[in-house]
Design a protein around this ligand. Sequence first.
Ligand code: ADP
Ligand code: MG
Length: 708
Amino acid sequence: MRAARQGAQRTINAVVRLVAPPNIDAPVATLKVGSANVERLKKLGIKTVGDLLLELPFDWESYGGPTPVARLTVGESATVVGTLGAIRSRRPKVNRTGLKTITESHIVDDAGDELPLVWFNQAFVGQRLKSGDRIAVAGLVRARKYGDPRMSNPHFEILPAGAAAPTGIGGLQPKYHLVKGLTSKKIAQWVAAALPAADHLEDVLPAEIRRRHQLLPVAEAVRNGHQPESPAEYRDARKRMTFAELFELQTAFAMMRAQQASEPAVPIPYVQEVIDTLKVGLGFGLTRAQRQSMWDAFQDMQRVTPMNRLLNGDVGSGKTAVAAACVAMAHAAGMQSVVMAPTEILARQHLAKFRGYLEASFRGLSVELLVSSQSAPERKRVKTSAASGHCALVVGTHALIEDDVQFAQLGLAIVDEQHRFGTRQRELLRAKGRGRPHFMAMTATPIPRTLALALYGEMSVSTIDELPPGRIPVVTEVIPPDERERAYELVRAEVRAGRQAFVIYPLIEESEKSAAKAATAEYERLSKEVFRSPFTVGLVHGRLKEKDAVMQQFVRGQIQILVATAVVEVGVDVPNATVMMIEGADRFGLAQLHQFRGRVGRGAEKSYALLLADDPSKQSLDRLMLVTTITDGFRLAEEDMRIRGMGELMGERQHGLSDLAMRALKEPELVNEIRQEAEELLASDPDLARHPVVARAVERRLAVTSIS
Ligand code: ADP
Ligand code: MG
């Protein structure tokens, strides 16, 4: 019994004493976290003791000091000290939600007032606590429909006789980023065990920079950040950690900029006639944003420093026309271009668009396709045409970056859906010419401009923030689970009217394998029950070999209803598709939902996006409702950021940046200051020979950062 009476803090201290100070580079397993937790931490990007220490809490839960029951406020977290009343565990009568045990009791404070307590599915509580124990509880005070307010699932600590306050619970408790199976309390315990090693952390910030910006040394920041004595200590720690992250990133950018500037490109002069000719051939008027983006690019291409530009525009905003204008300009200067897309089907659609935009208007401008499914003689023909300088543009997939693909005069390299390619692949494409080609990356990820500038610090950014006129808005509806049949009926009605539909399944459990399984099972059910023959139903997921073939069938209309997982590239033009039904819509970011929605509404017909939520809570539905009222992808991205944090928006750790650093990116002044420090450091030590810690950090950063 005595052993059970140890408070959490004492357990932590014991752990700290038993284990020698851990090595900073040692795997987290050395902290005895258990193999399941090693895997969970890995999902958070935490592999070593050092990683664990560098990840500060993102917020704090304030329970305050011990409060008399009479002064508690419903809806607030609090700590209460007193004596435990009778305690009993029971099984619930009805069990619909996986509820196995309910443990009920109450605490009587020193004034004699009672507060009911309840724990759900925590059977061990009934074994650890007994009536008459002096304990502290900390948790949220909730109102009840019947009876007095109570605390549910409170943390608790058994107090030694006479103690007035707990040591391990209550007060301020850290909130860490979590995955399923982890709790902030567990992480706090491991961090406590690791903290003695903090002194061995390398400080990436040179002392001079720390002094100029009044930043803490890393060890102190880590100690104060995890176990602050005051809110100010935590703020200062966080400020320092954020600064260091952005400093690493900005130094990486500055190095890349310096390197680019040292490799000249062939300038491509601006020729007005090219644009005039292009406009006549397009058959539509350019939007203001398209004209601005073209102009940005033309100015870049006139320089010896190679263009390095991100073209950021919503789905359907007309990025291809901007790219085509650049290709035409390069052609007029006698230079070839290359466009790389992530899938064959996208490459083929590009081929059709670029040919449509360019071949009839510009004499001698020919566009070719290079993908791995072509016959060997055909590939050979295209390669010869590229190597001889005969064709002006080659559109293709990864097949483009193979060794034997050469260009006589490559002046411009363009990558579509740039996030789908790694740094190395983009580098290989840019290495296809003699000297360095101008480079443009296209993305439909709606990143707000300020953020894009800070994140892609080595690139310039053009944003296409308007859609071509005349698009019919997609009717977007949030459908409650019990009205699913209505969604099915709409799909059937549209298909009977000759149109097509997508049904999207979310990535559950972060594995494409299980998503593929879920989609496959749903496909079976849908094709046998919901959309029985004569409806034709197809399935694509990331693990399917014949993805492209299935997509082609859908494009040709041989498949009417396409069941797909989210990881599958559906970035194809199927103007005949009018319904986008999204299952588990609450699992997606708003901006991502908007992207799916952009796959329909491309033709003249009225289109529908139907959002079905697994989680029917008001909060979840309210969030989805935003997609029905906001039609601008950038605004939805901002909302995502507000609600779910930047990390969510950008995909899991895509940039290796913490949420806090992402948030700080929104402060242009801070980013500027940090950028200046990075540039000054590089000016005095160009290859960071005298700053090995910075050099290592930059290298790590570049490995995880998705930039050009
Ligand atoms: P995305 O930015 O998603 O790559 P696309 O370049 O594929 O968009 O353009 C989507 C569709 O809009 C294409 O069919 C294209 O021809 C058409 N389009 C592009 N620009 C305009 C415009 N200014 N006016 C009308 N239609 C346009
Ligand atoms: Mg496109």
